[in-house]
Design a protein around this ligand. Structure first.
Ligand SMILES: Cc1cc2nc3c(=O)[nH]c(=O)nc-3n(C[C@H](O)[C@H](O)[C@H](O)COP(=O)(O)OP(=O)(O)OC[C@H]3O[C@@H](n4cnc5c(N)ncnc54)[C@H](O)[C@@H]3O)c2cc1C
Length: 382
């Protein structure tokens, strides 16, 4: 029997990872503290990402796209090694909101929004969650009522990443009956007088990411603001979730890989009881066990990305597994790494502490742990 399955990344993806890592070292790491303090990455960094082609991987070829989900997962991992907050700002715009336009937009919508987004000159947000509806997307109540020239949107969105810095928002609103059938997505410009934004929400982590409440009040949009098909927004959101979840699984790997590298370095340098920490067998075992957990997370996630790219029939399940596993494993790994660093792991300015705070939200955003298990457990009942 000839083995046909490769468990290695091919040269193209390895080279891509290396180029992103070098970009991150040169452009992202130097601005992490500045971004944490400002509550957002510097605008210049987004343009540098655009110039380096890091925001266009998910676009169709005709719109300058040149990547696949595996490359996006690697991008996510490498950006997150430097900063979860900076990473998520770029990833939401390029790989969670932007793909809605690339995939469901008309020629005119793409021409209007995509060039700025892929260049990093503008940013996008996706506004689905509401104060009363998170996991249960079908319960959203933001209403889009027909007007003579288009629609009027009224409602409140909650926890919206990039809300205060985005130029355009993909907004989900109800156009039809209750439930998942009556939802439509709209493109709303941030400068629309009917949209307003709350103050930045103060979060446990992702301090370099802007998250706010969004209020739509008499927000008039033209007919051509409808993104995709009327009443099919729920399906469009679910279809885009696969890439979003892979991106989040990649973030988990990034947090875990960075913390493990820092923990190993610390364990080699730090002496206790007359030996470096790595001289203690329990410490060596602990670090090796974490390496196993990280490797398993990479394999589950990369395979899910490859399946997504190949249109594999089990791709959605693989992606749910990857999102679930990566979120939990990364939280376990970063927690253990704090332990390896001892008291210094608890200091606010220590990168491991920042990764610990940032990783927690991966178990919540993009579908919680429980929602991934819901997807995976379908069909178990008689
Ligand atoms: C920092 C941050 C950034 C975010 N960015 C965005 C964004 O850009 N755009 C956007 O639209 N949203 C965003 N969100 C919202 C995010 O997607 C939701 O928080 C998430 O989907 C969970 O919804 P919820 O908070 O309403 O929790 P709920 O849905 O109320 O869930 C509460 C608890 O109940 C559990 N639960 C719910 N249903 C089930 C079930 N069927 N079975 C078992 N348990 C269940 C959940 O798993 C969870 O543990 C963001 C959230 C955060 C924290």
């Amino acid at each position: 029997m000839a083995a046909s399955t490769s468990w290695e990344l091919d040269r193209e993806h390895e080279d891509f990872r290396a180029s992103v890592r070098s970009f991150v070292d040169r452009h992202v790491r130097p601005v992490v503290d500045e971004a944490e303090a400002a509550g957002r990455p510097p605008a210049a960094l987004m343009k540098e990402m655009g110039n380096a082609g890091l925001l266009s991987l998910a676009m169709g070829e005709e719109d300058g796209g040149h990547g696949d989900a595996l490359a996006i997962t690697l991008l996510s991992e490498e950006l997150t090694r430097a900063s979860g907050g900076i990473a998520v700002t770029a990833l939401v715009s390029g790989y969670m909101a932007g793909p809605h336009i690339a995939r469901f937009g008309t020629r005119a919508q793409k021409a209007r929004y995509l060039p700025g987004l892929v260049a990093g000159e503008s940013l996008a947000a996706i506004a689905v969650t509401e104060p009363g509806a998170g996991s249960d997307v079908a319960r959203i109540t933001t209403r889009a009522s027909r007007t003579a020239g288009g629609f009027r949107l009224d409602g409140t969105k909650m926890f919206i990443t990039n809300a205060g810095i985005a130029d355009v928002l993909v907004v989900a609103a109800r156009t039809g009956a209750e439930g998942h059938r009556g939802i439509t997505t709209f493109l709303v410009d941030a400068e629309n007088p009917g949209i307003s934004f709350g103050a930045p929400l103060r979060k446990m982590g992702w301090h370099a990411s802007d998250t706010r409440e969004v209020v739509l009040s008499g927000c008039e949009v033209p007919l051509d603001a409808v993104l995709g098909e009327l009443d099919r927004g729920f399906h469009q959101i679910m279809a885009a979730f696969e890439l979003e979840r892979l991106t989040l699984a990649g973030m988990g790997i990034g947090h875990a890989a960075e913390c493990l590298a820092l923990a190993v370095e610390h364990a080699r340098d730090r002496e206790a009881f007359g030996t470096p920490l790595t001289g203690l067998q329990t410490m060596r075992h602990r670090l090796s066990a974490l390496e196993v957990e990280l490797e398993a997370t990479r394999l589950v996630t990369y395979r899910a990305a490859a399946r997504h790219d190949a249109g594999h029939p089990e791709a959605a399940r693989s992606v749910a597994m990857a999102k679930y596993h990566s979120a939990l494993a990364s939280n376990r790994i970063v927690d253990e790494c704090v332990q390896v660093l001892g008291g210094s792991g608890f200091l606010e300015e220590t990168p491991v502490a920042r990764h610990y705070r940032d990783a927690r939200v991966l178990r919540i955003g993009g579908g919680t742990d429980e929602i991934q298990l819901e997807i995976l457990s379908k069909g178990l009942e008689r």
